[in-house]
Every structure is written in structure tokens, then in C-alpha cells.
Design a binder for this molecule. Sequence first.
Ligand code: ADP
Ligand code: MG
Length: 293
Amino acid sequence: ATPTALMVGTGRGAQLGILIKGPEVLEQTRRVDTVLLDKTGTVTEGRMAVVGVAAVGATEAELLRHAGAAESGSEHPIARAVVTHAATATGPLPAVDTVTGRAGLGVVARLTSGPLVVVGQPALLEAEGLSVPAAVLAAHDAARAAGHTAVVAGWDGEARGVLAVADTVKVTSADAVRALRELGLRPVLLTGDHEVTARAVAAAVGIDEVIAGVRPEEKVAVVQRLQAEGQRVAMVGDGVNDAAALAQSDLGIAMGTGTDAAIQASDLTLVRGDLRVAADAIRLARATLGTIR
Ligand code: ADP
Ligand code: MG
């Protein structure tokens, strides 16, 4: 393509709400055939709310106060939902000395009053040496079957309850998936969340391929595997934990509403965080440079 065509494409992109890192990005954009879509914050609003609480080895207030305190040191959308709910239901939360975020798993926090609190997936609690009683696992599985993200909280050696957290699918996501398909692209939902929850979201937006239970450091390997199969991969994401996969993909697309890490790792940024604009970007690149057959 001529430099002039590239400049025109870049300028048109800005009008559509697409920030393009450089004119050469249009070439990668028109070639992609598979689009990996991060779930939380990309296909969904990423604004989660607690929709259910099941206390097993503690009172509901104790469960909320421990979990809320531990999550107050985390920026994750799940953590924000837990903190808001716990503080609303029980008042100011206990102080925390140290918090360690465990990407894709949860958090481990030491409360000033003493206990070590673990909040997240059952595997994280087990890795921290807590036992997960059958009644807690049952509550966890029930939340998941309802399409919610299930978060387990425990301290003093034992998991003591489950918080069910739910997110809403963006109203534009189903249209975006349809537009990507019309361009001949293959949409795939990629998430660290559990398969059952992921399938519920995928069904709501018209995606049939789901890669779930993927740890942040494994997202890169998923991109590499598809590339090894000969796919030209676009990845759309918003989180710190998406950055490496965005950088590895043939075309990294960040939600403008997402983290700086995701934006910096990407070739394109969708300024308003509207997934439909990802399809606009690909259509624009093809119109500017011609469709590859
Ligand atoms: P996604 O890939 O959908 O954006 P993440 O990789 O951020 O999701 O998180 C994957 C899973 O790890 C979550 O569904 C949750 O079970 C657990 N998790 C991550 N962070 C937290 C947290 N701060 N509190 C509780 N659970 C968490
Ligand atoms: Mg995300």
C-alpha cells in the first residue's frame, strides 16, 4: 500500500475511536483470522456484584468481614465487588498488614488482628494449606452452575464460605461477535474463569469456542499454540494479566477502558471500550489495503 493510503487509514481510525500504534499495524490488522476475546472487562462489563453469600464455617458477617478485608488490597473487579458488598453489609472493614495478589487465583492477606485470610479459587486455598470442606465445595459448585463466578474464602486452616459474584455481558458484545463472524473471523472466548461460567457468557454472545481455566501466564501459550497451527491471531483484552498475550499475538487490541499495561502491549486501542469497533478496525484495514485472499 502507498504511504498515503496508510495515512488515510490511520486518520479514519482515529475518527472511529481506534488508536493505531503506527501505520504498519494496518497490514497485520487485515490479515488476522482468529480473534481471542478475554471475558472479564472485554466481553463483559467487568463491573461485578456479589449476588449470593453462603457461610459454612463462620457467620455470614464474619465471612464478609474477613473476605472484604483481604480483598481491599486488590484492584481486581471481583475484589471491588466483595469489598463494596462487605462494607455495605457490615460497616468499615478490619485493617490489613500485607496482601499478596495471586494472578488468576485470588489473594492472600494477613489481617492486623492476626489471621491469614485466603480468598479465591479452591486450588489457591488448598495450596495455602487450608482444607476445603465438602459443604463449601457444594456451595461453590452451585454458584458456578448458576453461571456465577464462585469465590471461596477461608482462614485458620479452613475454607469457611463462598461468595457468588456476577458480571453483566456488555450490550454491544453480541453485535460485535456477529460482525466479526461476518468478516470471516473465528471468535474464541479466553478466560481464567471456570469453563461452566465461561460457557454461559459465550452462549449469551454467540461464541461457540471457549478456552477456560487459563492462568494469566498461560494466555501467551494459547496464542503461541494457535499461531503454531497457522492461525493469525488477534487478541482483545483489558487486564494486566492480558498484556503478555496481547504482545505475543499478531494483532493486540486493548480496551481503552482497560489497564495501561494492556494498552501499552497492544497495536490498537478501542478508545471507548466498544468491542464492535474491533470489527470496524479490521474492515477499515481491508478497505485501505485490500482483502487478502
Ligand atoms: P479473566 O481472564 O476472566 O479476566 P482472571 O484471570 O483475572 O479472569 O481471574 C481468573 C479467576 O481467578 C477468577 O475467575 C477468580 O476465580 C480468581 N481470582 C482472580 N483474582 C481474584 C481476587 N482478587 N479475588 C478472588 N478471586 C480471584
Ligand atoms: Mg479481563
